[in-house]
Design a protein around this ligand. Structure first.
Ligand code: NDP
Ligand code: 2IT
Length: 444
């Protein structure tokens, strides 16, 4: 049996319930076979892949908090410090009832390679809790965040591990967590990113994941002789990534006709009104059913359905495995040209394969959504030098990072004989830097 297959089997046997983690490991290891095969003897001797798939450290802790009626609730908190070969652990905190250790490990594993691809000095980590922020009062959110950080603050720090936002964690939650970290540790330092602008946040971090997704998509289209201008785009989700992906797509001359949330989706034939979307989601924290009040010409549909609309480009920006094989077939039947993942692992393995076989340009999340964490690393730099850069400077650095990242994955794919396969390109390019750093640092 090949070394790659042995390690995949081991991961499944040792972590039998962690199916998203299996999926992420398989995707990466499958596509780096060519590099592993060429170095098999050394990698086996050094147990390189075993060290890669086992987190350096993982924490699981109790998070008790009191609701507005005086009732105590207990959630579970997690932080997985996966790999620090190229820098301090870096990765977001997900607050969603579906969170479990398998989800956090899949996200942390992806983060290793994503962070490597940014070219910046950040290792891979991820955290979160099964806490559901929906329907909670502001005070309840604060109570949860303070309790979560009371435990987490023992394990993180500006040069150790730097969490940030993810699903359910935005500027409000980061603010409460930062306040509690500072209070307990007595340190005003850049131990979280995505902070507010008045206390060390970076301009353009809010926009960065969505904007970066479009910079990369634009580079991928150009490389293949196309332009984003005039294209019709499907976006799923209506959170941080989806909102700023929609905004940048429209700035670049495309028309975004859908957004969604976990209960339904909107079709707006005239193009999504970003100002309305921001008001509904960022200010009112309301549901998408409200969108019709702003745009009477739009349609609201219950359930799933974004991927059945005819368009040129699809940008899944909600959550893992939201685009399945039937969705991929519908997209191909409707003549889709490109799919770029704003979310982490939103496309199932089967759907990814189907899209690639049908010559759809496909940009995997670890490349396409790397603009968020890249800008987090720029926030860390600004915190270290105690300065704040202009929006234009950060945005232009973000754009350069995404265009370079695309060129690197494109070149890696071509170098190993997989021209145009950006999944292989991203995994190999991300892996090579991490392996080089791991080898240089000995058996740790
Ligand atoms: P938000 O919490 O801001 O928004 C999440 C959106 O996805 C909401 O519209 C939400 O709908 C929808 N959603 C979440 N879970 C589900 C589900 N199980 N089924 C259907 N819809 C769902 O999160 P972000 O925009 O920050 O994150 C979106 C994706 O992008 C995630 O995969 C995240 O890991 C990834 N990502 C985020 C980055 C960042 O900087 N924020 C960086 C890189 C990747 P509802 O409100 O109904 O729950
Ligand atoms: O998935 C991701 O890259 C994020 N949620 C952002 C992580 C970060 O540290 O900015």
């Amino acid at each position: 049996m090949s070394y790659v297959d042995e390690v995949i089997d081991q991961v499944i046997a040792q972590n039998p319930t962690e199916k998203e983690f299996h999926q992420a490991v398989k995707e990466v290891l499958d596509s780096i076979r060519v590099v592993v095969d060429a170095n098999e003897e050394q990698f086996r001797r050094d147990a390189l892949l075993e060290r890669l798939v086992n987190p350096e450290r993982q924490f699981k802790f109790r998070v008790p908090w009191v609701d507005d009626n005086g009732q105590v609730h207990v959630n579970t908190g997690y932080r997985v410090q996966f790999n620090s070969a190229i820098g301090p652990y870096k990765g977001g905190i997900r607050l969603h009832p579906s969170v479990n250790i398998g989800i956090i490990k899949f996200l942390g594993f992806e983060q290793i390679f994503k962070n490597s691809l940014t070219g910046l000095p950040i290792g891979g980590g991820k955290g979160g809790s099964d806490f559901d922020p929906k329907g909670k009062s502001d005070r309840e959110i604060m109570a949860f965040c303070q309790s979560f950080m009371t435990e987490l603050c023992k394990y993180i720090g500006a040069d150790t591990d730097v969490p940030a936002g993810d699903i359910g964690t935005g500027a409000r939650e980061i603010g409460y967590m930062f306040g509690q970290y500072k209070r307990i540790r007595g340190l005003f330092e850049g131990t979280l990113t995505g902070k507010g602008l008045s206390y060390g946040g970076s301009l353009a971090r809010t926009e960065a994941t969505g904007y970066g997704l479009l910079y990369l998509t634009d580079a991928m289209l150009k490389r293949n002789g196309m332009d984003i201008k005039g294209k019709t785009v499907l976006v799923s989700g209506s959170g941080n990534v989806a909102i700023y992906a929609t905004e940048k797509a429209q700035q670049l001359g495309a028309k975004v006709v859908t957004v969604s949330d976990s209960t339904g989706w909107v079709y707006d034939p005239d193009g999504i009104d970003v100002a309305a979307l921001k008001e509904i989601k960022e200010v009112k924290r309301a549901r998408l059913t409200e969108y019709k009040n702003y745009r009477p010409n739009s349609e609201y549909h219950e359930g799933r359905g974004v991927w059945t609309v005819k368009a040129d480009i699809a940008l899944p920006c909600a959550t893992q495995n939201e685009l399945n094989i039937d969705d991929a077939k519908a997209l191909v039947a409707n003549g889709i040209t490109a799919v770029a993942e704003g979310a982490n692992m939103p496309t199932t393995a089967e759907a990814t394969e189907y899209l690639q076989e049908n010559n759809v340009l496909f940009a995997p999340g670890k490349a396409a959504n790397a603009g968020g964490v890249a800008t987090s690393a720029l926030e860390m730099s600004q915190n270290s030098e105690r300065l704040s850069w202009s929006f234009e400077k950060v945005d232009s650095m973000l754009k350069d990072i995404m265009v370079n990242l695309f060129n690197n994955i494109d070149n890696a794919a071509t170098k190993y004989g997989f021209e145009g396969n950006y999944v292989v390109g991203a995994n190999i390019a991300g892996f090579e830097k991490v392996v080089d750093a791991m080898n240089a640092q000995g058996i740790v």
